[in-house]
Design a binder for this molecule. Structure first.
Ligand code: ATP
Ligand code: LTN
Length: 333
């Protein structure tokens, strides 16, 4: 990657960020901001596709913004903003809904998964979620979208929508590509290692949040479901629990899976879990300290939120206007 690319990604304020969010997405964002034009968005309109308590949503949105900075995102380098502050996202989402087929939306595994978990509230927003995500990405003429592996299908659909629109009219959108980390792209639940770690899991022991106390982190790793072989060996199919811990450790330390297997070849799970827990605590402590300091600076943070929205608004209207013109919506010059 030599020339400067446009990078866009989003994260939902649907709970407190997990280790999965960090290793799968945010960590890559902090690296990319130094070399590219990066735009990162707290996607609160996506979060309301599942029922949220207003007070919690408001607080988590603010805390999410602070957490991104605490994780190392620099507002002078990367554009950070809140989705609902920039109306072009909702506007383009409507337009793209008209270029997205129900057959495509029916195939989305996130929709199937979330509608089975929230069977009392299968709303149209949950169904058309991918069109809003496509709007987020396509508004900024994005080249690369750094996300975890669970978002692969949504990126594919975004590409299909962009290509469809470009072919129907004329080149309008850059066709974006997904960008995934080598390790940590799919961090699994600590309790059910065949499911991804998710911040909205009902079982608190299934995930580790970025703001969790060290003793709780150590406990959760100790309690993580493994197998009875007691051999630190990577085998996703037969040993998903221990393989997940190896993957987490690889992502944090930068070591290869082979090196980790060698290093712990004569250690049992107890010793390995200790090392994994300590590595997590070491990574998260500085983030937690910065979070504590920054959260107190409400004036400063709110200014950043305001500035981010203004900048994103200016950028987004260029693409939106172009799309409206191509479709044939009447505009007064
Ligand atoms: P929710 O549980 O509310 O659906 P989530 O934890 O899945 O939320 P999102 O806000 O939807 O998180 O995702 C933000 C980013 O984190 C995305 O790029 C997503 O791919 C990534 N991500 C989420 N969970 C994981 C995971 N377990 N492993 C790796 N990356 C993940
Ligand atoms: N759908 C994503 C969050 C998301 C996103 C985006 C990611 C919304 N808009 C744009 C990348 C680019 C999720 O559920 N993790």
């Amino acid at each position: 990657m030599e020339e400067k690319k446009i990078i866009f990604s989003g994260i939902q304020p649907s709970g407190y960020f997990t280790l999965g969010n960090y290793l799968g997405a945010i960590k890559n964002w902090t690296k990319l901001q130094h070399e590219h034009n990066c735009i990162f968005c707290i996607v609160d309109m996506h979060a309301i596709t599942v029922r949220q308590e207003p007070k919690n949503l408001r607080q988590r949105t603010y805390d999410s913004f602070v957490q991104l900075i605490a994780c190392g995102l620099e507002p002078e380098k990367a554009l950070l903003f809140i989705q609902s502050h920039v109306p072009a996202h909702a506007e383009l989402a409507w337009l793209l809904n008209c270029y997205t087929y129900m057959g495509e939306l029916n195939r989305m595994t996130q929709f199937k998964d979330k509608s089975s978990r929230h069977s009392e509230n299968i709303n149209a927003g949950l169904y058309t979620y991918p069109a809003l995500m496509a709007a987020d990405i396509l508004l900024y003429q994005t080249d690369l979208v750094p996300v975890g592996e669970d978002q692969k299908q949504h990126i594919e659909l975004t590409r299909d929508i962009a290509i469809r629109f470009n072919n129907l009219y004329s080149p309008t959108f850059v066709v974006p590509e997904g960008y995934f980390p080598k390790a940590g792209a799919r961090v699994m639940s600590l309790q059910e290692p065949d499911k991804k770690m998710s911040k909205s899991d009902e079982n608190e022991n299934a995930y580790i949040t970025l703001l969790e106390e060290p003793s709780r982190i150590m406990n959760k790793v100790k309690r993580a479901v493994t197998d009875s072989e007691n051999q630190v060996r990577y085998d996703i199919k037969n040993k998903p629990g221990i393989s997940n811990l190896i993957d987490i450790y690889a992502s944090i330390t930068g070591k290869s899976i082979e090196d980790i297997e060698r290093e712990f070849s004569s250690a049992g799970y107890g010793q390995f879990k200790n090392a994994v827990g300590e590595a997590i605590v070491e990574t998260l402590s500085p983030i937690q300290e910065r979070f504590k300091e920054l959260s107190k600076e409400k004036g400063y943070i709110n200014n950043l939120i305001r500035e981010g929205a203004e900048k994103a608004e200016r950028m987004s209207y260029k693409t939106l206007n172009k799309v409206m013109r191509k479709i044939g919506l009447y505009q007064v010059k």
